[in-house]
Design a protein. Structure first.
Length: 173
């Protein structure tokens, strides 16, 4: 049994939802799991394993993610740890792996931490949950990438079986 910390950098709460789902899966496998936001993360030394999930906002991961990694790099490097990225781009079959997802590749090129366990999950599209500016920006991006543009669209692009597999990889790490 491991003490596992799942940290989320989430703007609209969807990455947090994935972390909470992972928490339930891991608890079913007799793991002790804490979920916390990036800003409220407890002392990493209290945990055997640390995993961070971060969403994409306006085409990139938030600066606070990179600052957190810089502040805690030694701890992240010295225990089983991993990273997953959540984006609408990952809804596409040719962009839903760490190797093919441009946001993951961008993260790896910018981060001093190079976690061994990586994953990419499709995000949630909920136009009514966004402010006017975000709604219009995202609709434009969806139009460019041939995604849904109806302003009433609400759809999860997450492959939950893939999330289950990630939970198993956490246990085995």
């Amino acid at each position: 049994m491991s003490q596992i910390l799942l940290i989320h950098s989430s703007v609209h709460g969807y990455t947090q939802k994935i972390c909470e789902y992972l928490q339930r899966q891991l608890i079913e496998q007799d793991q002790l799991v804490t979920v916390a936001s990036l800003a409220e993360a407890p002392d990493l030394a209290l945990f055997d394993k640390v995993y961070i999930g971060a969403s994409i906002r306006h085409g990139k991961h938030r600066p606070a993610l990179y600052q957190f990694i810089e502040d805690h790099r030694a701890e992240l490097d010295n225990k089983p740890s991993g990273f997953f990225s959540v984006s609408l781009v990952a809804r596409k079959p040719n962009k839903n792996t760490p190797q093919t997802n441009s946001y993951m590749q961008q993260f790896l090129s910018q981060s001093p931490w190079q976690p061994k366990l990586l994953q990419v999950f499709g995000g949630n599209l909920d136009y009514q949950g966004y402010g006017a500016m975000d709604r219009n920006i995202i609709r434009f991006i969806m139009w460019l990438t041939k995604g849904p543009t109806d302003p009433n669209t609400k759809v999860e692009f997450t492959d939950w079986q893939k999330v289950d597999e990630f939970a198993q990889q956490i246990i085995e790490a």
